[in-house]
Write a protein that binds this ligand. Structure first.
Ligand code: ADP
Ligand code: MG
Length: 255
């Protein structure tokens, strides 16, 4: 595989708990890779090691051959590893357009203090991004009046403002109704296929995973127990066993 991201023997313990226990996987440019597994399997810990928020105990992570471990999150972001941030906490009172302009400002390495003078900053580019996520018509509304699914679209536009090579999405559809989940992942798929962006995502709905992932890797108690095409993962007895009794939709999914 022509790997964009290479993860080798990655491990992280918290106290006595091996949250991630020596996992290895590759991610190709433009690939949508789902990271699945029951609660506590180590998915978020894996994400946070890739984006630099957590320092691994062992292993290596490279992006296009460049080591990521040891770099601060900001540098990793600059190298092209994007992630979706939740608007809710910080900029909810800004408009949809302002939020995307802010993301572009940040990408362009402008100082935050310039923001007051920069209300015109890349307005057309911001509007083009909003058009891509279907939010151009709502550009001038404050984010705090938007429907939940629309906020998620704006967050996706903001993540794309950094023009990432790899987009990390940890439970992007949490709290969404089934139809909204499908809409957001269909949009993500469409945009990343156009841009050639690779995506690593976690998702609880197996229907969504099987509909949109190019490939799936399965974690259980920190270990990688299976990886392959969605159809193969669905049939894998070990994966089915891990999911039995967890209340997930795995066994209800039919081809
Ligand atoms: P997932 O995202 O798959 O639900 P996590 O990566 O969040 O799993 O957690 C994996 C394991 O590591 C769990 O047992 C969890 O309790 C533990 N864990 C995660 N983060 C921390 C932390 N900051 N401190 C202590 N234990 C943690
Ligand atoms: Mg998690």
């Amino acid at each position: 595989m022509n790997a964009l991201l290479q993860v080798r023997h990655l491990g992280k313990s918290f106290g006595g708990v091996k949250a991630v226990d020596g996992i290895s996987f590759d991610l190709a440019p433009g690939e949508l890779l789902a990271l699945i597994g029951p609660n506590g399997a180590g998915k978020s810990t894996t994400f946070n090691m890739v984006n630099g928020q957590l320092h691994p105990d062992q292993g290596s992570i490279t992006l296009q051959g460049q080591a990521l471990i040891g770099r601060p999150p900001r540098d990793i972001w600059r190298m092209g590893v994007g992630r979706t941030f939740q608007i809710a906490q910080t900029f909810a009172s800004l408009t949809v357009l302002e939020n995307v302009q802010m993301a572009l400002l940040s990408h362009d390495r402008k100082l935050w203090s310039m923001w007051r003078r920069a209300a015109a900053h890349r307005r057309d580019d911001a509007l083009a991004l909003l058009d891509q996520v279907g939010m151009k018509a709502q550009a001038n509304r404050p984010c705090n009046v938007l429907a939940y699914g629309d906020v998620k679209r704006v967050e996706l536009a903001m993540a794309l403002a950094n023009d990432p090579k790899l987009l990390l999405m940890d439970e992007p559809t949490a709290g969404m109704a089934p139809q909204e989940r499908h809409d957001l992942m269909a949009l993500t798929q469409e945009l990343v296929v156009q841009r050639g962006t690779a995506v690593l995502f976690t998702e609880h709905s197996m229907d969504v995973v099987f509909a949109y992932a190019d490939r799936v890797i399965v974690l259980a108690r920190g270990r990688l127990i299976a990886q392959g095409k969605p159809a193969d993962i669905r049939r894998d007895p070990q994966v089915q066993e891990v999911y039995l009794g967890t209340g997930k939709t795995f066994e209800r999914t039919s081809p």
